[in-house]
Design a protein around this ligand. Structure first.
Ligand code: PEP
Ligand code: MG
Length: 604
């Protein structure tokens, strides 16, 4: 039954959940070859007109793709908008026209040169935001060049490739992806990119399994190769054996059936098996995800990462623009609460419309509240927008990366100034609870003092683990050391819960740990009553909560204090609840499992 040639595995980032099996279509987006030609003076103006014609045609083509986008992919309209804007970009268009007029060179040559120069500018900036822009300008430039060359077609599948296809590309523009048509593409694989790259966002919005950052996928995969794309684990199997393909198909089907079945619990309240209610909320990054959160049964938004409003643009969003966005989310969720986190920019987050210095160690640099307290005008504009949005529902404001009580006080005084500014404008706003993210060891140590001066805590374990265990959260070489059940982390969480209890303020947890099935009994046992997870993880966590007894979780945690290593804690938890969750673990849902993963998955 087995295939004679051994299968190969490529590892990347799990960018969108699900498992798909299909034939590879390797997109060889070869660059348009450009003929270089000097012009005679009478040829110059017709050449400028030819360039403008090609730009117009590229614009029409993009608008057409935009029209065809499915409603659930509407977020990507914004990315296409960015490409459309680039077609009007002064740097791109005027410099190309100037080169034609002043240097007497043909449109293709002038355009390619301008694109290369813009890319060099972006290269010098050397950060993620500009790298994304660098590829955007390339995509747009190549699109216009294809029109100039008279071959404007989008990626087209080879004639001999039938059935559903897996798109394999070095990097994809969202426009390319959309143009392929949703029915034919069943999964994506890209050489580069991270789970936050545009292609990954697009895959998630279209509910297509995707693995990104898979290294040299385009070099080692041939057109027509059979692929298994495991978007749950970030693995691509090339030329799988019959057994591997059949197992993967089965696993993919089970994942879909399971996800569907779990969603049927959306209208049930989240509570443990012995009846303890848990506030189960959603983390969102895009405004459209509020509706997804509702659809998956979230009881409010526990974390809105507002920094995503600051990417893909040159200027920070205005107060009014932010007010519109925040109030839309708040109205969608009302009467459920929405926690708006002030921008957490810097560190490993996208750099932005704000000018950030180049830092040797950005994770320990000008990030989040530190940046906000340097850019006070921008911070206050955001706070005003948040306060205004609070008129439409239950809003909480949360400050990220607080390390000292002084920072909390300064943030509060900025909030008061923002309120005064609105008052002078004749705008009265309601009182809004001000809370903080607890995500630095310093905040854990002084949690007692912080709790005395704020309305709530939300623990950010992604950063707390990074800073407490000294593990860069973006570094794949040490990722396996980041174990959420490390005794050091349990002690930190316990200290925060204790401080919150004594000050009688709620303590939530919104890091990825809240969606780890095997961490769930520990979090309950420690005393967390409020969790916030990705919208699509809500049904699974709700189901898991219902299978746990709060009392048993408390007893479990009592037994953990004597254990000295993460492995011992993991074993103890696994013994206690592993069997209870075996079907959920097998589905591979929202539990991040790496190859070096802590917990063994049951055989599929
Ligand atoms: C965290 O650090 O756990 C968190 C939720 O914030 P972010 O992932 O946005 O840094
Ligand atoms: Mg954080």
């Amino acid at each position: 039954m087995t295939d004679p040639s051994p299968s190969r595995r490529l590892h990347g980032s799990a960018a969108a959940p699900g498992v798909a099996v299909g034939r590879a279509y390797v997109v060889e987006r070869r660059r348009v070859s450009v003929t270089r030609r000097h012009l005679e003076p009478p040829e110059v103006e017709p050449e400028v007109l030819r360039l403008r014609g090609a730009i117009g045609a590229a614009r029409a083509q993009l608008q057409n793709i935009q029209k065809k986008l499915a409603p659930e992919a509407s977020e990507h309209s914004l990315i296409l908008d960015a490409h459309l804007l680039m077609l009007d970009d002064v740097l791109l268009v005027e410099q190309t026209e100037r080169a034609i007029r002043e240097e007497f060179i043909n449109a293709e040559w002038a355009l390619r040169r301008t694109v290369e120069r813009i890319k060099e500018l972006f290269d010098q900036a050397d950060d993620d935001y500009f790298r994304e822009r660098r590829s955007d300008v390339d995509f747009v430039g190549e699109r216009v060049l294809r029109h100039l060359a008279g071959s404007p077609t989008e990626i087209a599948r080879p004639r001999d490739l039938h059935g559903p296809i897996v798109l394999v590309a070095h990097e994809l523009s969202p426009a390319d992806t959309a143009a392929l048509g949703r029915s034919e593409v069943i999964a994506f694989v890209t050489d580069v990119g991270s789970a936050t790259s545009h292609t990954a966002i697009m895959a998630r919005a279209l509910s297509l399994p995707a693995v990104v950052g898979a290294g040299d996928a385009t070099r080692t995969i041939a057109n027509g190769d059979l692929l298994v794309v495991d978007g749950l684990r970030g693995v691509v199997t090339v030329q799988p054996t019959d057994f591997e393909a059949a197992t993967a198909t089965d696993r993919g089907e089970r994942y879909i059936a399971f996800a569907r079945q779990l969603r049927s619990n959306r209208d049930r309240p989240a509570r443990t098996g012995d009846g303890v209610p848990i506030h189960l909320r959603a983390n969102i990054e895009l405004p459209a995800e509020a509706a997804v959160a509702i659809d998956h049964g979230a009881e409010g938004i526990g974390l809105y990462r507002t920094e995503f409003l600051y990417i893909d643009r040159r200027e920070p969003p205005t107060e009014d623009e932010q007010y519109e966005t925040f109030s839309r989310i708040v109205r969608t969720m009302a009467p459920k609460p929405v926690t708006l986190r002030t921008f957490d920019l810097g560190g490993d987050k996208f750099t932005t419309a704000l000018r950030l210095p180049r830092e040797m160690n950005p994770a320990l640099g000008l990030r989040a509240v530190r940046l906000a307290l340097r850019e006070r005008e921008v911070f206050r504009a955001q706070l005003r927008a948040m306060l205004r949005a609070a008129s439409h529902g239950a809003v909480r404001i949360m400050i990220p990366m607080v390390t000292t009580v002084g920072e909390l006080r300064e943030a509060r005084s900025e909030l008061e100034i923002a309120r005064q500014e609105l008052h002078f404008r004749g705008v009265e706003v309601p009182e809004v609870p001000l809370g903080i993210m607890v995500e630095t060891p310093a905040a854990v140590f002084v949690a007692e003092h912080l709790a005395a001066e704020c309305a709530f805590f939300s623990v950010g374990t992604n950063d707390l683990m990074q800073y407490a265990l000294a593990i860069d959260r973006g570094n794949e070489h040490v990722a396996h050391l980041a174990r959420s059940l490390d005794p050091a982390i349990l002690r930190a969480l316990s200290a925060v819960i204790g401080a919150g209890r004594r000050a009688k303020i709620p303590v939530a947890l919104c890091g990825a740990m809240a969606a780890e099935l095997m961490a769930l009994p520990v979090l309950l046992g420690l005393g967390f009553h409020e969790l916030s997870v990705e919208p699509t993880a809500v049904p699974e966590i709700k189901e898991a909560l219902g299978r746990l007894s709060y009392r048993d979780c408390e007893a479990l945690v009592d037994r953990l204090w004597g254990l000295t290593t993460a492995a011992e804690v993991e074993d103890a938890v696994h013994q206690s609840v592993g069997a209870l969750f075996s079907d959920l673990l097998a589905a591979g849902g929202a539990t991040p499992v790496t190859e070096t993963g802590t917990f063994l998955l049951p055989d599929l």
